[in-house]
Design a protein around this ligand. Structure first.
Ligand code: NAD
Length: 495
């Protein structure tokens, strides 16, 4: 069985001292072992990134951009190969894997055009003969820690901008589907990135802690579940690092009585069950305003899910693949089986659907009459389970969402522009869709939630990530202009 190695300073490395299993979730078989880095191996990767920093940060902006233009081309050329890796280790269907790659490409395109955003400011003659200008300089070595659910896109959220800003990176992808990161690092180098600028180490808490505790790592980007995001934020900020740690989600989709209920039901099915619900922007709560809307939506969603094809992601007929692990599948199932005991109504029970073989499959579930306080509502399930919460008014819908501790994404479905606009004002959530169920911002904007969905000040990718991955410096300049100088012990004033 092959060992997925680390990729440090332009070469594969890694002992088999500590390893983990990488499954094919569609068959349930272990297909690879992945090396788990020791502290010393992570330190080697950080040292490689540190050594590569002076030359890379001094590389001209146009030359840096050139790497991203070439990377874009290579990613497009090799997307089938990369999508096949995603499907075999994550389980998502091939079309979804390609969708993920195309969203990751937006970050590469953004990085290719970054020169514009690295411009500083300049003010002439702030005092007689004195000018001021600001510059944006790289922060240094960046630690990037990513989740299992987007093995290409989330590493690109971080690496593209960090590298374009002149930083070097140590990436620690999810140990559950680690191959895509090594593939990406090799593609970066094929595109012209010097060895050591992007290093990949695999593993668990040991590897992550080595990144967080290294004084040579100056900034940490993390995406994953809320408890880990919180602990990473605390540990790394205590050591004076700059940190953005994106956490979990519980995304609500409000359906107003005036909405087109058929398109709302289509949107809810797509957004709740796409990628088996393993998206941080998946809709997991349908908030129906009024019982009439609720009854109609439940009936429409239930009638649509019967025809969904669930199967191996490599089969072109499959619309939804398996979950990432057997344990996760069983945990997702426990929320559905527990929901009835909590007083909810299980309208479609995906746990009873049977599948051939040992893959980590589960059917989709729809649970009605869910209320806050039930585990099925309070926890992030991260599987194909859609809860319906019934409210009577718009105000109740807003109150429900604003009381939730997660605040990643939300959406409203309505034909009324005034209601939509008010929702945009009232709602305390980082990303909002109006008749758009998964409002993931295009690469030129930044991505991020509020409250327990993000710890730190900067959203990820886009303009906010340029801010995150650079430090600004302000330079005040006076050149001899042949006027006589004099001593003045007063505080420098521009008046
Ligand atoms: P996870 O938190 O289990 O793992 C994320 C990363 O942290 C992995 O690299 C993992 O190896 C590492 N890790 C796990 N336990 C650790 C520990 N105790 N100490 C240090 N590092 C540890 O998340 P996951 O299951 O891989 O991904 C799913 C989660 O990610 C969901 O909660 C989902 O909502 C969230 N997510 C959020 C966003 C977002 O943008 N907000 C995007 C994608 C996924």
């Amino acid at each position: 069985m092959s060992l997925i190695p680390h990729y440090i300073n332009g070469a594969e490395s890694g002992s088999a001292e500590r390893t983990g299993n990488v499954f094919n979730p569609a068959t349930g078989e272990v297909q690879h072992q992945v090396a788990f880095a020791t502290t010393a191996e992570v330190e080697t990767a950080i040292a490689a990134a540190k050594a590569a920093l002076p030359a890379w940060s001094a590389t001209g902006l146009v030359k840096r951009a050139d790497v991203f233009f070439k990377l874009r081309h290579l990613l497009l050329e090799r997307q089938d190969e990369l999508a096949a890796i995603l499907t075999s280790e994550h389980g998502k269907v091939l079309s979804d894997a390609k969708g993920e790659i195309s969203r990751g490409l937006e970050n590469v395109e953004f990085a290719a055009g970054l020169v514009h955003l690295l411009k500083g400011e300049r003010s002439e003659q702030v005092s007689r003969g004195v000018d001021v200008h600001s510059v944006k300089q790289p922060v240094g070595v960046v630690g990037a820690i990513t989740p299992f659910n987007f093995p290409v896109m989330v590493p690109l959220w971080m690496t593209a901008t960090a590298i374009a800003c002149g930083n070097t990176v140590v990436l620690k992808p999810s140990e559950k589907d680690p191959s895509a990161s090594v593939f990406l690092a090799k593609l970066f180098e094929e595109a012209g990135l010097p060895a050591g600028v992007l290093n990949v180490v695999h593993g668990d808490k040991v590897a992550v802690d080595a990144i967080l505790d290294s004084p040579d790592v100056k900034a940490v980007s993390f995406v994953g579940s809320t408890p880990i995001a919180r602990s990473i934020y605390q540990r790394a900020t205590e050591q004076g690092k700059r940190v953005q740690a994106l956490g979990g989600a519980k995304n609500h989709m409000v359906v107003m009585p005036d909405a087109d209920l058929d398109s709302a039901a289509d949107a809810a099915v797509s957004a709740a069950y796409g990628s088996a619900g393993e998206r941080c922007m998946a809709v997991s709560v349908l908030v129906a305003v009024g019982d009439e809307v609720a009854d109609a939506l439940v009936e429409k969603v239930a009638s649509r899910v019967g025809s969904l094809t669930i199967g191996d992601g490599t089969d072109a007929a499959s619309e939804m693949g398996p979950l990432i692990t057997r344990e996760h599948r069983d945990k997702v199932a426990s929320y559905v089986t527990g929901a009835a005991a909590e007083g909810a109504t299980v309208v479609v029970d995906g746990t009873t659907q049977t599948f051939e073989g040992d893959g980590f499959f589960i059917g989709v579930s729809l649970v009605d009459h869910v209320t806050p306080g039930m585990k099925v509502y309070d926890d992030e399930i991260f599987g194909p389970v859609l809860s319906v919460v019934r409210v009577q008014t718009y105000a109740e819908a807003v109150e429900l969402i604003n009381a939730n501790n997660f605040a990643n994404g939300t959406a409203i479905f309505t034909r009324d522009g005034g209601t939509a606009r008010q929702f945009e004002v009232d709602i305390e959530v980082g990303m909002v869709g109006v008749n758009v169920p998964i409002p993931v911002p295009i690469g030129a904007y930044s991505f991020g939630g509020w409250k327990n969905s993000l710890f730190g000040d900067s959203h990820i990718y886009g303009p906010e990530s340029v801010h995150f991955y650079t430090r600004s410096k302000v330079v005040t300049t006076r050149w001899p202009d042949h006027t006589p100088s004099q001593i003045n012990l007063g505080f420098p004033s521009n008046h």
